[in-house]
Design a protein around this ligand. Structure first.
Ligand code: GDP
Ligand code: GDP
Length: 454
């Protein structure tokens, strides 16, 4: 954990996610009262999910982390999603749709005693279309005599029904074996297992000090100049060692060349910036602290935002800023960077070398945020608590709910919220702020999108 602590993570966080990889998701779907929660309880081996005889009872937790035969996975109980019993058949089909979108494997539970109902048919149709692996559980097969009932479920067209009794635990281990066999193989991700050095785009308007900074950073530590494969002249990347780690600075030929002397320089500069960002993971944007923020600075910041890359903003020429102005400048900078309050900031002087050593840790932090994945179970626990404390504003007499949240991707981190109704812009911004407060993401953009289920 020492390494993790240096990187700004608490040991506790490391423990929760030792391999930094996402856990596979198993979603349990089926109509109310077929025994989904009973089955979930059996799988997680705790009596945590509330089981009630009332169909459609509210349950406040829907995701659990489970382990079976040493394999960890996230279990989603869709039974906890919708306490509203009206228009049930439709809703169940929609829940199945959501489950199909987010899960790696779907465990479809049907009550073998009751047999196939219209709702089961509707769910079955959704699941067949999804293309996701489906394991069909014929529940409430409490004894051998009842096994015959299970065969009726072949008609769903989802393959073999697996008889099980969630209540008594009958064959539930066999069922889990089948579920886990259906999971896609995901090789565990480990730290440090990346392809090549991390890639940095060093950006900024002409004369802001890019070449000076590069020279300062590379100095005697310059490793080599590395022509990009397939080209004989620019762009040329430079490998630079900072604090013991080698980084690839993208298109340093473009930095060293005097683009500003060319005709149509702005256009080419923007193209180069875009191309460099395309290949980079993190942008270091230089801004002249001794001058006002210009159109050109804003354009570059805009290109970085558009690219979804991690960002460090370096205010250069800090040596030219006198003591009195520094305080006011900090305030002014806050205002100037309203669109990117998450960007990491350092105040440097490429000329004197002031605080240049702070760049590498900022770059590392930004990259780490950019690649962070929040485990699904933790994310949902967070939202459950957050929504209890601060529910979204009621619209048209209805309280919008977040049914389920998942992080769909990293680099940059993207979150998808499955909601029962539209969430106001201000509430979405509030959620984004709280996500940042809870999970970090300094130096990285994050995206929060909604998928509305009426
Ligand atoms: P859910 O609405 O699908 O989550 O269903 P629950 O887990 O709440 O179960 C509904 C009812 O079915 C409860 O009374 C359970 O005790 C009962 N039940 C669940 N599994 C079985 C089973 O395998 N056999 C029998 N006989 N009853 C079961
Ligand atoms: P580029 O066009 O972004 O590559 O900028 P250069 O590195 O060529 O720098 C432009 C001018 O600014 C040069 O005269 C540098 O000496 C000067 N310069 C760069 N960084 C600093 C700094 O931190 N402080 C001061 N005072 N001058 C700087």
């Amino acid at each position: 954990w020492i390494e993790a602590e240096l990187a700004g993570l608490s040991p506790e966080e490391t423990e929760q996610e030792p391999d930094a990889g996402p856990l596979p998701v198993v979603a349990v779907v089926g109509r109310p009262n077929v025994g989904k929660s009973t089955l979930v309880n059996r799988i997680i081996g705790r009596r945590e999910a509330v089981v009630e005889d009332v169909p459609g009872v509210t349950r406040d937790r829907v995701t659990y982390e489970a382990t079976w035969r040493g394999k960890r996975f996230t279990l989603v109980d869709t039974g906890g999603w919708d306490p509203d019993a009206t228009g049930m058949a439709l809703r169940i089909a929609e829940q199945a749709q959501i489950a199909a979108e987010l899960a790696d494997v779907i465990l479809f539970v049907v009550d073998a005693g009751v047999g196939v109902t219209d709702s089961d048919e509707a769910v079955g149709a959704v699941l067949r279309r999804s293309g996701k692996p489906v394991v069909l559980a014929a529940n409430k097969v409490d004894n051998q005599q009842m096994e015959l009932e299970a065969t009726g479920l072949w008609s769903l067209g989802l393959g073999e029904p697996h008889p099980v009794s969630a209540l008594h635990g009958r064959a539930s281990g066999d069922l889990l074996d089948i579920v886990l066999d259906a999971l896609p193989e995901t090789p565990p991700q480990t730290f440090g297992e990346r392809r090549g050095p991390r890639r940095i785009a060093l950006l900024g308007k002409p004369n802001v000090g890019k070449s000076s900074l590069l020279n300062k950073l590379a100095g005697e530590e310059r490793v080599l100049v590395d022509p990009m494969a397939g080209t004989t002249r620019d762009p040329v990347d430079e490998l630079v060692e900072l604090g013991g780690t080698t980084y690839r600075f993208i298109d340093t030929a473009g930095i060293r060349r005097r683009d500003r002397e060319l005709k149509g320089a702005d256009f080419y500069a923007a193209m180069r910036t875009r191309a460099a960002l395309e290949r980079a993971e993190v942008a270091v944007v230089l801004i002249d602290a001794s001058d006002v923020l210009t159109e050109q600075d804003l354009r570059i910041l805009g290109l970085v935002i558009e690219s979804g890359r991690a960002m460090v903003v370096a205010f250069n020429k800090w040596d030219l800023v006198d003591e009195d102005r520094r305080y006011y400048l900090e305030k002014e900078i806050d205002r100037q960077l309203v669109r990117t309050p998450w960007a990491l900031r350092v105040n440097i002087s490429a000329k004197t070398g002031r605080h240049v050593e702070r760049l590498a840790p900022a770059i590392e932090r930004a990259l780490q945020s950019w690649g962070t994945r929040v485990p699904t179970a933790r994310l949902n626990q967070f939202f459950t608590e957050l929504l209890q404390a601060t529910p979204p504003p009621v619209r048209g007499g209805r309280q919008p709910k977040i049914l389920f949240a998942t992080q769909a991707s990293t680099e940059p981190p993207k979150f998808v919220l499955f909601t029962s109704a539209f969430l106001e812009e201000t509430y979405r911004r509030f959620l984004e702020r709280r996500i940042r407060e809870e999970f970090g993401f300094a130096g990285s953009p994050i995206e929060v999108t909604m998928k509305i289920r009426e």
